[in-house]
Design a protein around this ligand. Structure first.
Ligand SMILES: [Zn+2]
Length: 53
């Protein structure tokens, strides 16, 4: 039997709540805790647009 190819799995991926962009590094992304204690994740662009700098 041949060994299965190894797929590199990132620690975790984050998805932008606004535009749906998926990123594995999420540098500059912002996460907010909603009142329902849900983590709201925004990419850099959306975070700037939504919350200003
Ligand atoms: Zn976004």
């Amino acid at each position: 039997m041949e060994p299965k190819p190894q797929v590199e799995t990132p620690p975790f991926a984050v998805t932008c709540l606004e535009c749906g962009t998926v990123d594995y590094e999420s540098k500059g992304w912002k996460a907010y805790l909603s009142e329902e204690r849900t983590l709201l994740v925004y990419c850099t662009e959306c975070a700037e647009r939504e919350f200003g700098d």
